[in-house]
Design a protein around this ligand. Structure first.
Ligand code: FAD
Length: 449
């Protein structure tokens, strides 16, 4: 039996699910607060340059079905550009291959010894049964050892997360950061090439339209209604089904950031509401930079800037390398990401100073900048303090047992990329099929994050 389904939020989570459920014959309405679909996957054109709003986005997935779905939304293989990932760390005056473990032989000899020595020590401690610590700061030492911690991991992570790493939970890295085999570390240390992160060694990007092209491809031709400019005010369970601002639905699926939508949920118990209020995002200012360029920039994908002296940006994307259409002829483009906790109020002087920092780091020539703009995303990363794992477990448990569905990067507070959001949408599609078949109220059960 087809269901009438409300989806809150039209980021990639909301629109991918809407498209799938529309294909299955359900009647779907997507409610979006802003003027158009896209969320963190939005792109924009400034002075003829195309930029992504929330920092550099690439298309990749460990899952073939998800990868195929993403490409199909961009017009298939002919609609995307394939790139071999080339990432570097600006380590003092050197360019080090990323991941850092694979570039260890490019450091000074002293730093290479520090890193290998610490890695072997940590490896032995783990093999002797030292348990995985709770805090991220201690996890870095436990997994990588003291040398890697001092020379990259700690300064880089302090720059991005803006908190003492010992007060941050390690839960998010479990399963996300693969352990580098000892042999790779040793090979890198003596100067042999190693790869690291196999599934990201190539990636794709839409030929035109920026990353948002994928969202537009999900909306265009999708059999669902998209209502933009609507801030949902009132959601509740009824005796039969649900209501959204007075309209009846069989099911409500939330993908909007939980703290941004919690006030609308009339039936949230007070302790769960308090848990949601305590969920904090880390915000991101993405600085959009267009430059005049007589020659193309080096064939890099993005670089990491771990040290405070390199300016506030932690990562710079060489965005015109992703797709030729991203910058006008004779120009190149970059995006510099700066995280903050709500306090950063960027202006032109601040952005110019950031460009001068990138000039000093050897990234671009500040006097060739022709376009300078920025976008602030309030919800970019998840602030994972030590209380986070238990807090989010309570919130997810309540939603999963309630009959509502909630998923998405901030709809479930999972540290997910868009491919994983689409993977989740595929799981929710199966859940809805089961609901429609049984006509009952089924508890939502998603795979481990
Ligand atoms: C710096 C950075 C780099 C990234 N790089 C990559 C990458 O390379 N590849 C990749 O695949 N992913 C990447 N990601 C992750 C990717 O952006 C997210 O996983 C994905 O966009 C999340 O989509 P979503 O739909 O879950 O959430 P969102 O995009 O946040 O969408 C939520 C939507 O809900 C709407 N909303 C909010 N409140 C309400 C309300 N009250 N009523 C109705 N609607 C509301 C919002 O306006 C928004 O449109 C990156 C993210 C960041 C921050």
């Amino acid at each position: 039996m087809p269901l009438k389904i409300a989806i809150l939020g039209a980021g990639i989570s909301g629109v991918s699910l809407a498209r799938m459920l529309g294909e299955d014959g359900h009647s779907v309405v997507v409610f979006e607060r802003t003027e158009r679909a896209g969320g963190l996957c939005k792109s924009r054109v400034v002075d003829g340059f195309t930029f992504d709003d929330a920092g550099g986005h690439i298309m990749f997935s460990k899952r073939a079905d998800v990868m195929e779905w993403m490409k199909a939304r961009c017009g298939g293989e002919s609609g995307v550009v394939r790139t071999e990932r080339r990432t570097r760390i600006r380590w003092h005056d050197r360019w080090i291959p990323y991941p850092f473990e694979n570039g260890v032989g490019h450091l000074t000899k002293e730093a290479t010894v520090d890193c290998v020595d610490g890695y072997v020590e940590a490896y032995v401690r783990r093999r002797c049964g030292e348990p995985c610590p709770e805090s991220f700061g201690k996890w870095i030492q436990w997994r990588m050892g003291d040398g890697f911690a001092r020379h990259f991991m700690v300064p880089y992570n302090e720059k991005i997360w803006k908190r003492d790493l010992d007060t941050m939970s390690a839960a998010w890295v479990a399963g996300r950061v693969p352990e580098a085999p000892m042999r790779d570390i040793l090979a890198s240390a003596v100067g042999l090439d190693t790869q690291g992160y196999g599934h990201q060694s190539v990636f794709w990007f839409p030929k035109s339209g920026g990353f948002e092209r994928m969202v537009r491809g999900a909306v265009d031709g999708g059999r669902f209604a998209l209502r933009c400019g609507v801030e949902v005010k009132h959601v509740r369970r009824e005796r039969e089904g649900f209501s959204v601002d007075g309209e009846r639905f069989d099911l409500v699926v939330n993908t909007a950031p939980l703290p941004a939508i919690a006030a609308a949920f009339a039936d949230l118990p007070d302790p769960i509401r308090a848990d949601i209020e305590a969920l904090r995002p880390i915000s991101l200012v993405n600085v959009l930079i267009g430059v005049r360029a007589d020659e193309p920039p080096p064939p890099l994908s993005w670089i990491y800037l771990p040290f405070p002296g390199q300016g506030p940006a932690n990562r710079v994307t060489y965005f015109s390398n992703y797709a030729p259409g991203n910058a006008p002829h004779g120009h190149a483009s970059y995006m510099a990401e700066v995280t903050h906790r709500g306090e950063l109020k960027p202006d032109r002087n601040w952005a110019l100073e950031l460009c001068r920092g990138l000039d000093r780091a050897g990234v671009l020539a500040a006097d060739r900048v022709v376009t300078l703009d920025w976008v602030n995303s309030e919800y970019a990363y998840i602030d994972q303090d030590l209380a986070f794992p238990a807090r989010i477990a309570r919130v997810r448990e309540w939603f999963d047992a309630s009959g509502y569905v909630t998923f998405g990067r901030f709809g479930r507070y999972e540290y997910h990329n868009s491919d994983q959001c689409i993977g989740r949408a595929m799981e929710v599609r199966k859940h809805v099929a089961e609901l429609a078949r049984s006509g009952g109220q089924q508890r939502l059960s998603l795979s481990e994050p």
